[in-house]
Design a binder for this molecule. Sequence first.
Ligand SMILES: [Fe+2]
Length: 445
Amino acid sequence: MKSLKRMLLIQTLLMIVFLICITTISEVFDKKIHFLFILSFIFMNLLIISKLKSESNFIEKKGPPQLLKLNQREHYLTGEQEEIIYNKIRLIVETFENMHKLSKKDYLKKVFDSAFELITEAEKGSFFEFDGDKYVPILSKGYDFETLMKLSFKKDVAFIGFEYADNPNIEAYETYIPERDSSKFSKEIIEAFKELGTYSGFTSLYAPIQVDGNNVGMICLENFNKIGFKRTSKKILKHYAQLISHFYSQRIYQEKKTKFYKDTVTALASAIEIKDIYTEGHGQRVQEYSCLIAQKMNLSMEQIENIKIASLLHDIGKIGIPIEILHKPGPLTKDEYETIKLHPEYSKKILENIDGFSKIVELAYAHHEHYDGSGYPLGLKGKEIPIEAHIIQLADAYDAMTSERSYRKAMSKEKAIEVIRNGSGKQFHPDIAKIAVEDVFTLYK
Ligand SMILES: [Fe+2]
């Protein structure tokens, strides 16, 4: 608007200057050119004036453009529509909450419930996972799950309309099934379709779940009113399928990482067994007893996971103890015993080089501490010792007593239980000793 006004002013000034000049030296120019120039000037000004007028009318009628936008927005975000948008955003955001903490089934259920709330045309739904060479149902909404379990399809069977294809893009598809092609399915599956109501006359909205371009599952929503799904619903399901695919990718990556981690821990644990044949299977047994006690004590998953690793690796430091001392057939001298007592320190030194092992280091270092402070290496007592280390210490002592050593025969289970009972409140934590004796060792075959 301002620029047009400026143009008009400049043009007028130029014209005045031109007219002055032309009047002064009028003999030099052709009068026709003079006339054409004045005509084009008038025409240009008429155009500019008409443009200015139309903009002015627009402002008078509707106000400035930015105000119009603001008013539209305020109108749109009021009342019921604002509430609907808020609820939809909340639903989507909630699907990301605690994603890493939930089990696969709980997470899928959460996503499924959320998708049902957003895609209001969906009446029933199911989630199929690709297991080995076929799709099997793992979740359903509105269907009888036992009947649904009768359905499992090979990857190349078009059980909804989708045929297996290496499509790198995740898309949602919609298909109306007037009647199933009975030549493609067994009698049992046709019966199951009929029981579920998915034999004929329904619309399915479905999307494959993919990891690295390979199908790992299928999410399917159905409606039975022959209206089908809205275009927006198709887009929403596509995004949910992408979200689930991302979840599967993360889980598969995590599983690979966990396996690598477990293999490394097992390899470390076997290192000590190669050196000390008398400790063969000791780590695994201590791990088993410790975990049983921890479960009976209702410790958290994180605590049990730490116990699992620390109990397997607690004696890794024995690698640093001379084999003559480890395999000595008779009782140890005072100096030899002092050397053996260094192994928690060595365990600490080895394990503290592993990233994320700070708790494991703490537990392995404290696995010879006693409840009454008579243990080593620091002589900690009671609550100064982590509860997980108390558990490992007791399980370690029980397995050591009931296993053969180079200098003595294995003790009977009953005798070992008696030793633990007598050591309760001294070497062993009394609460742990009670649970271990009554709920674990007495029942353990
Ligand atoms: Fe030890």
